[in-house]
Design a protein around this ligand. Sequence first.
Ligand SMILES: C[S@@+](CC[C@H](N)C(=O)[O-])C[C@H]1O[C@@H](n2cnc3c(N)ncnc32)[C@H](O)[C@@H]1O
Length: 238
Amino acid sequence: MTEVTKTELTEDGKVIRKVRSFVRREGRLTKGQEQALNESWPTMGIDFEATELDWQQVFGNDNPVVLEIGFGMGASLVEMAKNAPEKNFVGIEVHTPGVGACLMAAREAGVSNLRVMCHDAVEVFEQMLPKDSLDTVQLFFPDPWHKKRHHKRRIVQLPFAEMVRDKLKVGGVFHMATDWENYAEHMIDVMEAAPHYQNVAQEGLYVPRPDDRPLTKFEQRGQRLGHGVWDIKYTRTA
Ligand SMILES: C[S@@+](CC[C@H](N)C(=O)[O-])C[C@H]1O[C@@H](n2cnc3c(N)ncnc32)[C@H](O)[C@@H]1O
């Protein structure tokens, strides 16, 4: 386990501690993951750099872009990409073995409408994503940070929600899912506080589980343990 917070210096040399939503747990790459990273990164990987991306250049077309934060091992992201060839998919994950596993699955499925990044999604949003450019942002089962004193590590916070909104097109959707009720309530509180978002749910605050969201390993485990799942969708209104 390495650091959760990172120390950075401001321009005038002041030390600031940046709160991260993840703990790096590199783990070992399997042979298959390593091979997939070596072979598929040149075509499907996007390196982190402080330059704004151009989706037309990345995908060679103007299809709608769906971006997923924290795709884990990527099985559901690959399935979504395979089921919707008329859309482009981008996945961001900090866990390198997960990125390798995703590339393995992508190759097996033969998808060409998927790109992956291996970096902190918050920094990717800040530095690389063009404004008003995404059709959908997906955040499925983000680390819940159960303890109250860790709630500040939850990725869904007001500045994050506003940053996501600014990268969505007007009419675009921010789709979240969690199996932790307290996090679901926190997500709703944050989204209600962020201007220019509207809850998509017709009745109550949550949408029914959408058929196009594949069952992830994480969700399967939750189901076995008898957990509930809360799907939340907000659309950008202005
Ligand atoms: C609880 S797992 C869920 C994985 C997957 N979405 C699923 O449903 O199986 C959360 C994932 O988010 C990733 N993650 C957390 N914070 C992140 C960040 N700031 N940028 C990119 N990935 C992040 C973690 O590495 C982890 O794989």
